[in-house]
Design a binder for this molecule. Structure first.
Ligand code: LMR
Length: 395
């Protein structure tokens, strides 16, 4: 039965974790998978998370199922975090939250919902996008298409994007990255979000906004600009949110599918369908990560600690972006890589070509995705001179 099954290469991003571990180069640098790193190169548990976990350990009274939509206390805090406290969308009862196993789980719920409830609709993703978008949507049987996002000079190609979005068939789904675009780090300006909103409205498209890095770009509220603009001005929006990065709880698989409908009645109808999708995939989401987030955001004191820690992470990344470009100055490469200082979030599309990425790995033990995507959080003031020297050597 299994004789004909062929081995396939592993996931290109997750595979870098193993390859990096095996490398014995003492100067090796991991710029691969999107996890935050501190100055020592560690991905520590945040203080607010540790404190919340201590409280949970003390107070947790049961480990019974939490239901297909997850814990209501979690939804209660995620909705205002994403849509804004006092959002008119929340006041109108138009938004539903379903706790999911990570942002990836939320995307899969969205994909299954689209394929079962909106059959025949195509889905449009940016070129490039997070490679797993391709896998998730095609696995759900949805036809995938691309719109341009980056030009040949490694700049945001907004004109190309807008022209392509104007051609998307009416009623199709368009995937947008709320902030910290993965893999490029190029985000839309507020004016550009306005223009996208107009086209979405004209063509009656259904936006699916992937919001995995809230707080890593400009700030918790600033990063939500596009999400809130669409939710407040359109009848229907799908949002997939993740707490992996902003709470640093990657392995706890904590995300949320937010469905925004025209009114409360339609929201409840959709919500009942999402429960079925969740039930058929994994029944109930894992509880622990949602409980951590809920504990933190229900406590003014823990929430303040968490916000401070998140600000520190964001500021560190943005400083390293600028310092990276500075470190390239002595090699005359600062202009060539100036985009790194302008991009936002954990990732940069550096413009390094696959052959250069291969050389960086083989000759210097520097690991990044072959597309030239670097996890900027892997930079440190210790490794910047080494990185700059290596990049100069492959240029
Ligand atoms: C990444 O793009 O590196 C992260 O989103 C982690 C992942 O699952 O790929």
């Amino acid at each position: 039965m299994f004789e004909h099954i062929e081995r396939v290469p592993g996931d290109a991003i997750l595979g870098l974790i193993e390859a990096f571990k095996k490398d014995t180069n003492p100067e090796k640098v991991d710029l691969g998978v999107g996890v935050y790193r501190d100055a020592q190169g560690n991905t520590p548990v945040m203080r607010a998370v540790k404190e919340a976990e201590a409280l949970l350990l003390k107070n947790e009274a049961t480990k019974t199922y939490i239901g297909s939509h997850g814990a209501p206390e979690y939804g209660e805090v995620i909705l205002p975090m994403v849509l804004g406290a006092g959002s008119p969308v929340l006041e109108a009862g138009r938004a539903s939250a379903t706790q999911s196993p990570g942002g990836t789980g939320a995307l899969r719920l969205a994909a299954d919902f689209i394929s079962t409830q909106l059959p025949g609709k195509g889905i449009w993703v940016s070129n490039p996008t997070w490679p797993n978008h391709h896998g998730i949507f095609t696995a759900a049987g949805i036809e995938l298409h691309k719109y341009p996002y980056v030009d040949a000079e490694n700049r945001l190609d907004f004109d190309g994007m807008l022209a392509a979005v104007k051609q998307i068939p009416t009623g199709d789904v368009i995937v947008l990255h709320a902030c910290c675009h993965n893999p490029t780090g190029f985000d839309l300006s507020r004016e550009q979000w306005q223009q996208i909103l107009e086209v979405i409205r004209e063509r009656s498209l259904l936006p699916l906004v992937d919001f995995a890095y809230q707080g890593f770009g400009e700030g918790l509220d600033e990063d939500a600009y596009g999400v809130r603009l669409l939710a407040e001005n359109l009848d229907e929006v799908i949002i997939t949110s993740s707490c992996s990065k902003n709470f640093g709880i990657y392995c706890e698989r904590t995300g949320c599918l937010i469905m925004v409908a025209k009114n409360n009645e339609q929201m409840e109808n959709i919500r009942s369908q999402v429960a079925i999708v969740a039930r058929e995939n994994y029944s109930n989401p894992p509880a622990h990560g949602g409980a951590i987030v809920s504990e933190i955001l229900h406590s003014a004191e823990l929430a303040a600690i968490w916000r401070e820690e998140l600000t520190e992470m964001r500021d560190r990344i943005n400083t390293l972006r600028r310092d990276f470009v500075e470190a390239l100055k002595p090699y005359g490469l600062d202009q060539k890589y100036a985009c790194v200082a302008e991009q936002r979030g954990m990732f940069s599309y550096t413009g390094l070509q696959p052959e250069q990425v291969d050389r960086l790995r083989d000759e210097f033990g520097i690991y990044m995705v072959r597309s030239g995507r670097a996890n900027v959080a892997g930079f440190s003031h210790e490794n910047l001179p080494y990185l700059a020297k290596a990049i100069a050597a492959v240029n």
